[in-house]
Ligand binder design. Structure first.
Ligand SMILES: NC(=O)c1ccc[n+]([C@@H]2O[C@H](COP(=O)([O-])OP(=O)(O)OC[C@H]3O[C@@H](n4cnc5c(N)ncnc54)[C@H](OP(=O)(O)O)[C@@H]3O)[C@@H](O)[C@H]2O)c1
Length: 315
């Protein structure tokens, strides 16, 4: 029986262990740090935010599975064993949850739900004029699995949608820009959505200079931003400056440069910020454990692994 280990310092490991035992009766499921057994037996690891140095402690590891779509925390370990394949989750359940979040927040801004909520609290009947979805262009940075799905769903609702990624995509009804066309993409974008991975290239990409290049031709006369990618992509001081001086109309943030977001952050109480605790797309234990088990089975019979991470690209 091959041994498998969970390294999940911030998640309820008992729930995951139960789900993995149900999905993979052929595996000897162990848990870091307290139920490891002989570390030499461990062939497979599944991790989320593993502390540095932990994975290198399994000398016979053959495969690492990230339990989320992002792999920045795993790749950030300077002692990560080389040459071991890393696979990440790409699953319809996770993708659908992310699209729900993006659609929810695009609609919330478009339909000015925060203004309506504030009016209700004050007992104010203010039926201000609204506009059609087609009056707004949503620009998605990162047209991978999640970006493409959210883009398609937003287009179905009538929004104009543009997308930006390293390589140009071809998606019916969506104008897609390549890496060297960032400015053209930004100039069309009224609502910016980031679904980029955290890499050296995307660190700090959402800064004041980028925000200033966004469209001001939409119905709110200033752009809106939604970040559900990674917090490292945003310069939070710049976002606050732009919200305060009107260069940004509003922001939805699910991810932050430091998580949990410190209680002292001005983002908590900013009147133009909607904030969620890195909860845009949660990994479901049963679904993800079935997926991980399938990857392990593929590996054992020499079949190609799916959603293999390219360590050089960083995602
Ligand atoms: N907040 C949450 O709860 C949550 C949950 C899950 C995932 N996420 C985040 O969402 C991210 C996206 O997930 P995914 O499954 O859609 O990933 P993915 O399929 O790997 O897509 C990443 C996209 O970003 C593009 N990209 C990467 N670096 C770029 C750069 N320097 N310039 C332009 N485009 C770049 C890629 O371009 P190419 O297609 O040309 O390679 C690709 O289109 C994850 O990495 C994670 O950070 C957040």
């Amino acid at each position: 029986m091959s041994a498998f280990v969970f390294v999940l310092p911030t998640w309820p490991v008992d729930v995951w262990t139960q789900a993995m035992k149900a999905a993979a009766p052929d595996l000897d499921v162990r848990v870091w740090p307290n139920h490891l057994g002989r570390v030499e037996d461990i062939k497979y690891a599944a991790a989320w935010l593993p502390p540095a140095d932990v994975l290198k402690g399994f000398p016979n590891l053959k495969l690492i599975c990230s339990l989320g779509a992002g792999v920045d925390a795993i790749l950030g370990d300077p002692t990560l064993p080389r040459d071991i394949p890393i696979v990440r989750v790409n699953d319809p359940d996770l993708t659908t949850r992310m699209s729900e979040y993006i659609v929810l927040h695009v609609l919330m801004h478009h339909r000015q739900q925060r203004r309506l909520g504030a009016n209700q609290k004050l007992g104010v009947w203010d039926s201000f004029p609204t506009h059609a979805a087609s009056a707004l262009t949503v620009g998605i940075m990162g047209m991978g699995v999640m970006g493409a799905d959210a883009a398609t769903k937003l287009a179905m609702l009538g929004f104009k949608v543009v997308g930006w990624s390293r390589s140009r995509k071809t998606i019916p009804g969506i104008r897609c820009f390549a890496e060297n066309e960032l400015d053209a993409f930004l100039s069309q974008t009224d609502i910016l959505v980031s679904l980029l991975p955290a890499t050296k290239e995307t660190d700090g990409i959402i800064n004041r200079a980028l925000i200033q290049k966004l469209s001001r031709k939409g119905p709110f006369a200033a752009p809106i931003m939604i970040n559900a990618g990674r917090g490292r992509q945003q310069v939070e001081e710049d976002i606050i400056t732009c919200l305060d001086n009107g260069e940004l109309y509003a922001a939805t943030l699910d991810v932050f440069s430091q998580e949990p977001l410190p209680r002292s952050s001005p983002l908590w109480s900013h009147p133009k910020v909607t904030l969620t605790p890195h909860a845009a797309a949660d990994s479901d234990p049963e679904t993800i454990c079935r997926y991980v088990h399938q990857q392990i089975q593929n590996f054992e019979i020499g079949q190609p692994l799916q959603n293999l991470v390219d360590r050089k690209r960083g995602y």
